[in-house]
Write a protein that binds this ligand. Structure first.
Ligand code: KG4
Ligand code: ZN
Length: 372
């Protein structure tokens, strides 16, 4: 089998660590192979993602049982494709990584068991990866950025501001007290009849809208802690839409634009607060980075608002390419490679964890239904 040349000593692929990563925590089945050089440079040899959107669309959201079955049905094939595209065999791997939480339990079991079997059969270390850690470290793979940095993680299940101090070392500065931001996009899209997944649909509709027509609330603005809340904003959109019924396409466009503008104001304000809270930890860093990860990082309005904030505070804004912001196997493989490089690995007895906060010591945020 042809092994790609990436370095000049004897281990793995051209001396780099080579890791297979498997992601099955939600509605994307993904497998990827990445390498990590001794100096910490990452390279993606393959990255295969299969979305289940079509299977869930009729239900307006992710159905856990459908998700687990869909992972079972295609994971073997995806791993085969990822290995073939990387041009390696299982014996070339230095480790096998799988998302073990947080996420939907059925899917997590599918990915973790598959990875453990490969690891066991080929006598390779197994790496139990925290999905949030994988999002948090992706910028090391894509942009070569090393901790410490400030991370805004905005996805369908999570909305957090974290100080990334190192692999395995995270300080949570803020979280949502109700809906995750991606969830708020998805619910807003659903109530306006825009379909699933909602984020891209809301963004499309908003592009034709007037963000000033509706005066929507900006929850948590100015609060001491860098927490978020989006449930009230989504409810305000629902109330405005009800008052207008029947809503026209122009109404929907204006509501979406108003929603995006309110979201951008909230996220900028909360991130500004996190910059203040993180200040001392980043004061010694020569180039300070604000990293945005998770599916919602694809939103253009949000990115440009955060770009403005970063520039005004002397930060560089780093957003991995869209395909590596949303769920993927490369980020899992990379987190595995980072852990392996530190001599870390997990036993086959490592379990899956539907809830797995990155900063277990962080006090709970105020309010019910805290997501992390
Ligand atoms: O990180 P991700 O792929 O999966 C989770 O771990 O949740 O994020 C998916 C979320 C969904 O809620 C989706 O609606 C949202 O990211 N999203 C967007 C955009 N693209 C994806 N939200 C706003 N604007 C977008 N362009
Ligand atoms: Zn994710």
């Amino acid at each position: 089998m042809q092994i790609p040349e990436t370095g000049n000593d004897a281990r793995g692929v051209g001396g780099d660590l080579v890791v297979l990563g498997i992601e099955t925590s939600c509605d994307e089945t993904a497998a990827a192979v990445v390498t990590r050089s001794g100096s910490g440079t990452g390279r993606i040899l393959s990255n295969v993602v299969r979305s289940q959107w079509e299977q869930h669309r009729a239900f307006g959201g992710v159905v856990p049982e459908i998700a687990a079955r869909a992972h079972v049905e295609c994971l073997d094939e995806l791993i085969g494709t990822a290995m073939a595209e990387a041009g390696i065999g299982f014996s070339d791997l230095d480790g096998v990584a799988a998302t073990c939480g947080p996420g939907l339990i059925g899917g997590l079991i599918v990915g973790a068991v598959t990875a453990k079997v490969i690891a066991m059969a080929h006598c390779r270390p197994f790496l139990a990866i925290n999905h949030l850690e994988a999002h948090a470290l992706t910028v090391g793979l894509t942009d070569g950025i090393a901790p410490p940095y400030l991370l805004l993680l905005v996805s369908g299940g999570h909305t957090q501001l974290l100080l990334v101090e190192g692999v395995g070392r995270y300080r949570r500065l803020g979280t949502t007290i109700d809906d995750a931001l991606g969830e708020a996009f998805d619910k807003t899209a659903k109530l306006l009849g825009l379909g699933f997944p909602g984020g891209p649909a809301v963004e499309r509709a908003a592009s034709a809208g007037n963000p000033k027509r509706f005066d929507l609330p900006r929850p948590m603005l100015g609060r001491e802690e860098a927490h978020f809340s989006f449930a009230g904003l989504k409810t305000a959109v629902r109330q405005r839409a009800k008052a207008l019924e029947p809503v026209t396409d122009a109404d929907i466009a204006d509501l979406c634009a108003g929603f995006e503008a309110a979201v951008a104001d909230c996220v900028v304000d909360r991130t500004a607060r996190a910059i203040e809270l993180a200040g001392p930890a980043l004061s010694e860093v020569s180039r300070r980075h604000l990293v945005v990860a998770g599916g919602v990082a694809a939103n253009t309005t949000l990115r440009s608002a955060l770009g403005g904030l970063a520039a005004s505070r002397g930060f560089e804004l780093n957003v991995p390419p869209a395909g590596l912001c949303t769920d993927n196997g490369a980020m899992i493989a990379w987190a595995g490679a980072e852990r392996l490089a530190l001599g870390l690995a997990d036993g086959l007895e490592a379990g899956v964890r539907p809830r797995w906060p990155l900063d277990a010591a962080a006090p709970p945020a105020i309010g019910a239904g805290v997501k992390a």
